[in-house]
Design a protein around this ligand. Sequence first.
Ligand SMILES: C[S@@+](CC[C@H](N)C(=O)[O-])C[C@H]1O[C@@H](n2cnc3c(N)ncnc32)[C@H](O)[C@@H]1O
Length: 339
Amino acid sequence: MSGPDRATQMTKLYEIIGGYHATQLLEVGRALGVWEAIAESPSITSDGLSAQLGTDRFYTDVLLRTAFAFELIDRDGDGWRMAAHFDEILGRPDATFYLGNVARIHLLLGRDYEDYATRFRDGSLFSFQAHDREFIEAVADGLKTLPRIFSEVVLPKLPALRAKLERGGTLLDVGCGGGWALVTFAERFPKLRCIGVDIERRSIDMANALLRERGLADRCEARLLGVEGLTERDAYDVATTFLVVHELEPRIKPAVFEAVARSLKPGGSFVIFDETYPETEEALRTMPSRFAALAQWFELTWGNRVDTRTALLKLLADAGLAVAEETMLSRFTIIVATK
Ligand SMILES: C[S@@+](CC[C@H](N)C(=O)[O-])C[C@H]1O[C@@H](n2cnc3c(N)ncnc32)[C@H](O)[C@@H]1O
């Protein structure tokens, strides 16, 4: 028989389960301060790290060897250093690409799996908004660098949009969550006024508290409002969405795109930053596009639908918005459409 043998497939199974344990390791390492300590002191030894963190020597050494096995850290003589770029990704909370809190989101949403079998049988939902405060706060915290990554890494590839933001005007952040996009854009573009809307009350409260803390409340505000309920016309220069389109109730998506289009000034831009569902078998089996398919899996019972890029283009066209610029970042599709 051709194809992989049973032992190879057995290994594949363990490889998959290994990802679960590596996710736990990411979070344990973050909570203990391991990644920050290694980023701060490259070539630190296992004993040096356990002395610094006050952790058990053997446990610490095993954690580090496991992190090495997953290529998160490298050997540096007798010591350890973060693997390329992982100092920034895991070890520096202030860095643009810091994603050290993302594992925690996945561990918390893993609780949803306990009810999957029941929900598969009765078709019931457990919406994003029904999750507890710990989860809502973890999502805001884990995603807070996305707008920063967008503005530092993606925006230079979207010159027309960047020029528009630099000129100022009013920005609408759809599904603003904890308000990090509002803060990022307002701080980067001082002539911009920023309004966020979201249907999740705790997120709106967090966003307004954050805006006050950053001294931005005079030109930024978060409102408890479903985007489909926007009544403004020709009001905004730019509308942004970070990981929101796939979270909209599927039946309201056309109305949402129409409401956003209506609320934009002529020539205004709608920015979609989201996962798009793979459209080929190859993309379904290849990272990073495979992760968008996983997002549909791990957010399935929230009622979410991860649209294909083709479906997004149709929603835009039906709302009278024309694609002006488009790019990708890791698993994310970024589309800028103009009214
Ligand atoms: C994954 S969260 C992303 C939040 C934020 N953009 C970020 O990147 O942290 C998706 C957000 O969309 C919001 N949302 C879902 N449906 C909405 C609607 N109809 N109108 C406004 N916001 C909505 C959710 O409440 C949630 O806060």
